[in-house]
Design a protein around this ligand. Structure first.
Ligand SMILES: Cc1cc2nc3c(=O)[nH]c(=O)nc-3n(C[C@H](O)[C@H](O)[C@H](O)COP(=O)(O)O)c2cc1C
Length: 162
């Protein structure tokens, strides 16, 4: 298995919970992005990055604080899989927007995005994470579809070969 690093930012614990779920399936530890610097990524070939969307389309504060680190990072040669959490019913016009913003930063840093996810089974109007008919990473909704999270995670990890 590739050397996998799992990182998350989380305000109310949902993204952390999923990061821990992913990590425990892989026998790894999930790391909170808060307070880290970009050289933490050097040790890994595959990064799994998780973010919720905060405050009507904004990045989660710890990821927001990490943006200058991502702008300095060189992710060339690394594969990066994203998972995003949001609420498609209360925020249908900005569902998972922050995952889209994170995707842009990863691509600017030279990372290769993997783990795109089909959009069937979701209700939303608009999302910056929705590109070419698919989500740019795994789309989760712990507010409206918590019962689907475990299966979605398992299917997604299998699609990544993990
Ligand atoms: C004030 C507020 C604004 C939010 N804005 C969005 C949004 O624009 N898009 C979205 O998909 N989810 C939005 N959400 C939902 C959160 O992303 C969702 O509850 C997520 O699971 C929280 O993850 P966390 O517990 O890791 O912080 C918002 C939640 C709150 C409380």
């Amino acid at each position: 298995m590739a050397n996998v690093g799992i990182f998350f930012g989380s305000d109310t614990g949902n993204t952390e919970k999923v990061a821990v779920m992913i990590a425990s399936r892989l026998g790894l530890e999930a790391q909170d992005i808060a307070g880290l610097s970009h050289d933490i990524f050097d040790a890994y070939d595959l990064l799994i990055l998780g973010t919720p969307t905060a405050n009507y389309g904004e990045m989660q504060p710890d990821w927001d604080y990490f943006v200058p680190e991502l702008e300095e990072a060189d992710l060339t040669g690394k594969k990066v899989a994203l998972f995003g959490l949001g609420d498609q019913i209360d925020y249908p016009d900005s569902y998972l927007d922050a995952m889209g913003d994170l995707a842009d930063l990863v691509m600017q840093a030279g990372g290769e995005l993997i783990g795109q996810w089909p959009a069937e089974g979701y209700q939303f109007n608009d999302s910056r994470a929705f590109r070419d008919g698919r989500f740019i990473g795994l789309a989760l909704d712990e507010d409206r579809q918590p019962e689907l999270t475990e299966d979605r995670v398992a299917t997604w990890l299998a699609s990544l070969g993990l």
